[in-house]
Write a protein that binds this ligand. Structure first.
Ligand SMILES: NC(=O)c1ccc[n+]([C@@H]2O[C@H](COP(=O)([O-])OP(=O)(O)OC[C@H]3O[C@@H](n4cnc5c(N)ncnc54)[C@H](OP(=O)(O)O)[C@@H]3O)[C@@H](O)[C@H]2O)c1
Length: 336
C-alpha cells in the first residue's frame, strides 16, 4: 500500500507500507483508492509547520482526508457494502485501506462523478457552517475566504436559499466564486465594502458570516460586516500560522455593542426537532451533499484546477505554500 506521510515541515514522503488484504475480519471492508482531494487549509498549515491543531496527530503524520475508492472485498458480516461499490471516506492520501463497515464510509450514487464525490466530505463541512448557525432561507450570507471550504459554502448558498456574497483576497478567487454561484463577489480590502454590502443586502446587512480564512484581517472583516444581532460561523482556525494580533478580535465595538453570536463550526450542531438518531450526523449530512450532486446542482469538479498523479503530490503542497491563487480544488489520482 502506498501512502503519503508528512515527517515535518516541507518533508512529505511517499512510502510503501504492508497491508494484508487476504484475510478480512468479519466487519472489515477493503477499499482501493481511485482519487483523493487536497484539503488545502489545514494540510498547508501542517506542511508549513504551523502550530498543531489540538487533538491532531504530531509528525510523522498522515495527510488528507477526502478519499474516493472502490470496494474490493468485504468481511463475512458486512451487509451495507459489496465488491464494486463506490464509496467516499475521510481516509488520508493512500492507495488502499481496510475500514470497519460502521465508520464514515458513504455510498456514492451512480449519477455522481468521482471528481464531484471526492469533495463530498469537505462540502458537507461547508454545509455544516449553515446548519450549525441555524441558517434560515432568505438570509444574507457573506463567505469570507474563498478557498476550498469557502467556495463550497458559496456553491451551497443558493441551493439552501441564501443570498450569498463571496469576499476574497484575490480577483482569481472572486471570479471562481462567481462561477460557482455567488450572487456577488467583493474584495475584503475594498474601501467601499460596507457601502457595497449595504446595497447588496438592501440595507438589512449580513445576517450570517461564514469565516473560512485563518488570518486576523479576515476575522476583522467578519466582525465588521456582520449586522447587529447577526452571527459569525467560524470554520477557520483563527490565527493559525499567523503573527500575533495588533487588535482585539472581540472588541466591545463589535462583540458587545452589536450583540453578535460567534459559532464554532466544529463538532455536532443542535437541531430543533429531535429524531431518535441524530438528524444530520456524518452519514446523513454527507448523503445529503451527494444527493445535491446527483441532482446536478452541486459540482465541485467545476472548481478543479489541477489533476495530478499521486507521485506529484508534493508539487501541490508547494503551490499551497506559495498561496498560489490559481490552484483551488486539486485531486490526486492513485490509478497506476
Ligand atoms: N473546523 C473544522 O473542522 C475544519 C476542517 C477543515 C478545515 N478547517 C479550516 O478551515 C479553513 C479553510 O480551509 P480551506 O481548505 O478552505 O483553506 P484555504 O483553501 O486556504 O482557504 C482560505 C482562503 O482565505 C483566504 N484569505 C486569507 N486572508 C483573507 C482575507 N483577509 N480576506 C479574504 N480571504 C482571505 C486565503 O488566502 P491566502 O492563501 O492568501 O491566505 C485562502 O484563499 C482553514 O483554516 C482550515 O484549517 C477547519
Amino acid at each position: 500500500m502506498k501512502t503519503a506521510v508528512l515527517y515535518g515541515p516541507r518533508d512529505l514522503r511517499l512510502e510503501e507500507h504492508p497491508l494484508d488484504t487476504t484475510r478480512l475480519e468479519a466487519h472489515q471492508v477493503h477499499v482501493d483508492t481511485c482519487i483523493t482531494a487536497f484539503k488545502i487549509g489545514t494540510d498547508r498549515g501542517n506542511f508549513e509547520g504551523a502550530e498543531p491543531v489540538p487533538g491532531a496527530p504530531d509528525y510523522p503524520r498522515w495527510v488528507g482526508d477526502s478519499n474516493l475508492g472502490i470496494v474490493r472485498a468485504v468481511g463475512s458480516a458486512v451487509t451495507r457494502f459489496r465488491a464494486g461499490d463506490r464509496v467516499v471516506s475521510r481516509r488520508p492520501h493512500q492507495s488502499e485501506y481496510l475500514a470497519r463497515d460502521d465508520e464514515l464510509l458513504v455510498h456514492v450514487p451512480d449519477e455522481v462523478t468521482d471528481e464531484d464525490a471526492v469533495f463530498a466530505h469537505l462540502y458537507t463541512l461547508s454545509a455544516h457552517c449553515y446548519r450549525k448557525a441555524f441558517f434560515t432561507p432568505g438570509e444574507n450570507v457573506a463567505v469570507v475566504g474563498l478557498g476550498v471550504l469557502g467556495i463550497g459554502a458559496v456553491a451551497l448558498g443558493p441551493l439552501f436559499g441564501a443570498r450569498v456574497v463571496g469576499i476574497g483576497n484575490s480577483p482569481v478567487r472572486q471570479e471562481m466564486a462567481r462561477r460557482m454561484g455567488a450572487h456577488a463577489c467583493l474584495a475584503s480590502n475594498d474601501p467601499e465594502l460596507t457601502s457595497r454590502l449595504h446595497v447588496f443586502t438592501d440595507g438589512v446587512g449580513i445576517d450570517l458570516v461564514i469565516l473560512t480564512a485563518n488570518p486576523w484581517p479576515a476575522w476583522r472583516t467578519a466582525m465588521d460586516i456582520v449586522r447587529e444581532n447577526g452571527r459569525v460561523a467560524v470554520v477557520a482556525l483563527p490565527g493559525r500560522g499567523e503573527a500575533p494580533l495588533d487588535f482585539n478580535p472581540v472588541a466591545m465595538e463589535w462583540f458587545y455593542n452589536k450583540g453578535i453570536a460567534l459559532i464554532a463550526v466544529s463538532r455536532s450542531g443542535g437541531y430543533l426537532f429531535p429524531t431518535p438518531e441524530p438528524r444530520f450526523d456524518g452519514q446523513r449530512a454527507c448523503r445529503h451533499t451527494l444527493s445535491l450532486m446527483a441532482d446536478g446542482l452541486l459540482e465541485p469538479k467545476r472548481a478543479i484546477t489541477h489533476r495530478l498523479p499521486y507521485q506529484r503530490m508534493g508539487e501541490a503542497y508547494e503551490m499551497a505554500l506559495r498561496r498560489d491563487k490559481n490552484m483551488l480544488n486539486v485531486v490526486f489520482s492513485w490509478r497506476e
